[in-house]
Design a protein around this ligand. Structure first.
Ligand code: SAH
Ligand code: MG
Length: 224
C-alpha cells in the first residue's frame, strides 16, 4: 500500500526542530520585532524558512523574486541562499511592512543583495522584468492574486527555474470545492485551487506540493 500523505505530528515536529535548528538569532529577532511593531504573526514557520533556503540553493538561484515579504523572515531565508552577486527583489504592498523588512535585511547583513518595491505587486512586477529571467519566484501575498502571480512567474522564469506558492492547503479548506462559496474565504480557496490546478496541468511546469503544515506548492519550469 502506498504511504500516506499527511502533516507531521507534534513529536515529529519537535524532533525536527531540535535536530535541524531552523531558526537562528537573526530570524528569532525578526519574529520578536515584528510582533512589537504590531505586524500579523503570519511568517513562514521556521522549518518552512529552511525549506526555502535549501530549495533556493539547490536551484542555484542568483535572481529571486518574493511577492509579499511582511517582516522579511522568509526573505532573509531566501537571500541567505544567494551568491555574493545574487539579487532578491521583494514586492510589498504595505510601507510599514517594507520598512520593518528593510531593517531585517540590514541586521542580517543582506541589504546589498535586496531591493524592495513598495506597492501592489501586480503594478511593480513589470518594472523588474528587464532584470530577468529569474531563477526562483516565491509567492506569499494576497491569495486571490495567486493565479495572476503565477502567470507572471511562468513568463519570467528561466527554464529550470522554480515557482513556490505558500499556504496552498488554504488552512485545510482546499480539498472541498464547496469552500469556494464561503462568503469570507471563498475567493481565497477558489484562487488557491485554481493556482494548484494550473500548475499541475501546465505543460511548461512539473509540479508537486510539499505537505508542510501550510502546503507549499513547488514547481520547476521545464519548457518555455
Ligand atoms: N513571506 C512572508 C509573509 C508574507 S505575509 C514571510 O513568510 O515571512 C503577506 C504579505 O503580503 C503582507 O506583508 C502583505 O502586506 C503583503 N501583500 C498583500 N497584498 C499585496 C499586494 N497586492 N502586493 C504586494 N504585497 C501584498
Ligand atoms: Mg505564507
Amino acid at each position: 500500500m502506498a504511504k500516506t500523505f499527511s502533516r507531521a505530528d507534534k513529536a515529529i515536529e519537535d524532533y525536527t526542530i531540535e535536530t535541524f535548528h531552523p531558526e537562528d538569532k537573526v530570524l528569532l529577532e525578526i519574529r520578536k520585532r515584528a510582533e512589537k511593531e504590531g505586524l500579523p504573526d503570519i511568517h513562514v514557520g521556521p522549518m518552512d524558512g529552511l525549506h526555502l533556503e535549501v530549495i533556493a540553493r539547490v536551484a542555484g538561484a542568483k535572481k529571486i523574486v518574493e511577492i509579499g515579504i511582511l517582516a522579511g523572515y522568509s526573505g532573509v531565508c531566501l537571500a541567505r541562499a544567494l551568491p555574493e552577486d545574487g539579487k532578491l527583489f521583494c514586492m510589498e504592498y504595505d510601507p510599514k511592512h517594507a520598512e520593518v523588512s528593510r531593517v531585517s535585511f540590514e541586521k542580517a547583513g543582506l541589504e546589498k543583495k535586496v531591493t524592495i518595491l513598495v506597492g501592489p505587486a501586480l503594478d511593480n512586477l513589470p518594472k523588474i522584468e528587464k532584470e530577468g529571467p529569474f531563477d526562483l519566484v516565491f509567492i506569499d501575498a494576497d491569495k486571490p492574486s495567486y493565479p495572476a502571480y503565477l502567470n507572471w512567474a511562468a513568463q519570467n522564469l528561466r527554464v529550470g527555474g522554480v515557482v513556490l506558492g505558500d499556504n496552498t492547503f488554504s488552512g485545510g479548506r482546499v480539498a472541498d470545492p464547496a469552500n469556494e462559496k464561503d462568503p469570507a474565504r471563498g475567493a481565497t480557496v477558489k484562487a488557491i485551487r485554481r493556482f494548484n490546478r494550473e500548475l499541475a496541468t501546465d505543460t511548461r511546469f512539473r509540479t508537486t506540493i510539499i505537505p508542510t503544515g501550510e502546503g507549499l506548492t513547488f514547481g520547476v519550469k521545464i519548457a518555455d
